[in-house]
Design a protein around this ligand. Structure first.
Ligand SMILES: Nc1ncnc2c1ncn2[C@@H]1O[C@H](COP(=O)(O)OP(=O)(O)OC[C@H]2O[C@@H]([n+]3cccc(C(=O)O)c3)[C@H](O)[C@@H]2O)[C@@H](O)[C@H]1O
Ligand SMILES: Nc1ncnc2c1ncn2[C@@H]1O[C@H](COP(=O)(O)OP(=O)(O)OP(=O)(O)O)[C@@H](O)[C@H]1O
Ligand SMILES: [Mg+2]
Length: 259
């Protein structure tokens, strides 16, 4: 892919879609990770720095200092408005208010954090008449590796057709800080979580596998071509199939036979 041309298409996409929606500005959740950093760079190029708000939303126990520094550095380099909203109290209030909240369920609690961050972004989008920028990439979307109505709850997905490995390439040409490009991707929803550990495969490998499948190759041939293990192949296929529902809006019970 010509990454420079892809960048121009994405910048144009952001301009067009915000104009169609009648809004001038955007809100981006800046985690300190590469997806949100690249999305912020592209959005600033499309809309201008005065029309982009970056919001960092750390959580007491899980957000490392390097993420706070990296998110701040992105905002400083782009010279955009930047706010920090600590979600720890919101999370504690939420869990204290529901009967099962004291029971530890790392999956449910992790997804709740993503959904709290989504609602903070929409709060600012509402009060400022702006759109919420999604930061999902093609790899995450194909695998369904995101929280439904959490980080998947957004208005636009500018980098949604870029594989993670292409996100890295584009980040290099846009001069996203090097330490953000090389940092291990993580949702930081629970302790020691990294994407590649949870997925059981590297982004380099899964991107090549997904690309072969989209070119019409069978999973078996793609697996052999790339030297993947059967376990890796099957777990990726299982994830894709189990999460297909995340790519569609919720099914509606149709009543047209009664009309
Ligand atoms: N066929 C179907 N049709 C309609 N709905 C279906 C369904 N199958 C399950 N569901 C429903 O989907 C829901 C489960 O989905 P969801 O709540 O998203 O939860 P789930 O997919 O279980 O978990 C989210 C995953 O995304 C990862 N994640 C989250 C956030 C950020 C990042 C990151 O990379 O930064 C990664 C996270 O680590 C975890 O592995 C349930 O309500 C379930 O009943
Ligand atoms: N601490 C946080 N502060 C603000 N936004 C966050 C935070 N954590 C997650 N988000 C939002 O959720 C999105 C999804 O997280 P994800 O980890 O997939 O992306 P990333 O952190 O930008 O990149 P990476 O994959 O390298 O970790 C982020 O891009 C960001 O918009
Ligand atoms: Mg992250």
């Amino acid at each position: 892919m010509d990454i420079s041309k892809a960048k121009d298409i994405i910048v144009e996409f952001i301009k067009e879609k915000t104009t169609e929606a009648g809004v001038k500005g955007a809100v981006v959740g800046l985690s300190g990770g590469i997806d949100s950093a690249l999305t912020a760079y592209l959005t600033v190029e499309a809309l201008g720095k005065e029309n982009v708000l970056g919001i960092h939303m750390p959580e007491l126990t899980l957000t490392p200092a390097e993420d706070v520094l990296d998110a701040t550095e992105v905002a400083e380099r782009l010279d955009i408005e930047f706010k920090t909203v600590d979600i720890s109290e919101i999370l504690a209030g939420y869990l204290n208010s529901i009967p099962e909240g004291a029971e530890s369920n790392s999956q449910a609690n992790g997804n709740l954090k993503a959904r709290i961050r989504m609602s903070v972004l929409y709060y600012y989008a509402n009060i400022m008449s702006r759109m919420v920028m999604g930061t999902g990439n093609k790899t995450e979307i194909l695998l369904g590796y995101f929280t439904k109505y959490g980080d998947g709850g957004v208005d636009l997905e500018p980098i949604g057709d870029l594989y993670k490995t292409e996100v890295r390439e584009m980040s290099k040409i846009m001069e996203v800080p090097e330490e953000i490009i090389t940092k291990a991707p993580s949702a930081r929803l629970w302790a020691d979580q990294t994407d590649e550990d949870e997925l059981g495969i590297t982004y380099e490998l899964v991107d090549r596998f997904l690309a072969l499948l989209l070119e019409g190759e069978t999973p078996q041939v793609a697996q052999n071509t790339l030297g993947m293990s059967v376990t890796q192949r099957d777990s990726v296929l299982k994830r894709i199939n189990a999460n297909l529902h995340k790519q569609k809006s919720a099914p509606i019970a149709e009543l047209k036979s009664l009309r």
